[in-house]
Design a protein around this ligand. Structure first.
Ligand code: GDP
Ligand code: MG
Length: 202
């Protein structure tokens, strides 16, 4: 099992981007839908998200929990271990709650997860609300950024070039190591981005 964990604040575009990645993986990497499972860990909007994902023929597992991160991580470990025994999919995409610290989930999975070949973290940054969110929740937003192997600065259609440059600079200050892409989930995401995200499996 190769895990791809999506972090990023509520409404940043995780579900939209996961759909795009799922299609890339199913259609271009492994043309067997059984090979991919999406785990929804989002607070509140789960119902809506699931409908969207399921209508596209993708299998979705739901994790119903409050949003205490460690609680979610242990549920996640149980779900993943169960999944491995029953389905053993090649890919598992996990949408974390907008309030999650992906690094906490990562350390729990590293400790208790079984049969995991790779774990990648994709951090989604909401370009439209970047300034506002870094003021309201600076610790959370910075952690979500610094936890990412790949950072997708999303909703670039809603900001000016100048704003985008500032966001890019701030994001790179927090996490200079991650690969950064500027995207708009409303439009097609370039395959090369998803290739990079999935490359640990090649
Ligand atoms: N304009 C614009 N809207 C977007 C973009 N990405 C997502 N959205 C919208 O933002 C809202 C939240 O997106 P969603 O994928 O559900 O975010 P999530 O809460 O992180 O899963 C939805 O109404 C999306 O249609 C984008 O790149 N541009
Ligand atoms: Mg979502």
């Amino acid at each position: 099992m190769n895990l791809i964990i999506f972090g990023g604040f509520l409404g940043s575009g995780k579900t939209s981007l996961i759909l795009s990645l799922a299609h890339f993986l199913v259609e271009k990497q492994s043309p067997n839908k059984q090979n991919l499972v999406i785990i929804e860990n989002e607070v509140g909007e789960t119902g809506i998200d699931d409908k969207v994902l399921k209508s596209k023929g993708l299998s979705v597992k739901e994790l119903f929990s409050g949003c205490i991160c460690c609680q979610l991580s242990s549920d996640l470990v149980i779900t993943l271990n169960d999944l491995r025994e029953k389905v053993d999919p090649e890919w598992v995409i996990i949408e974390t709650t907008g309030l999650a610290y992906p690094s906490k989930i990562l350390s729990t999975l590293n400790k208790y997860g079984k049969g995991i070949e790779s774990i990648r973290i994709v951090s989604v940054v909401d370009a439209e609300r970047f300034e506002e969110l870094t003021e309201i929740a600076p610790v959370l937003i910075k952690s979500q950024i610094s936890d990412g192997n790949t950072i997708l600065v999303n909703k670039i259609d809603l900001v000016t070039d100048k704003q985008l440059k500032n966001i890019e600079r701030s994001v790179k200050e927090v996490n200079p190591k991650a690969t950064l892409y500027k995207v708009s989930a409303n439009k097609d995401i370039n395959d090369s981005i998803w290739k990079e995200v999935a490359k640990s499996n090649e």
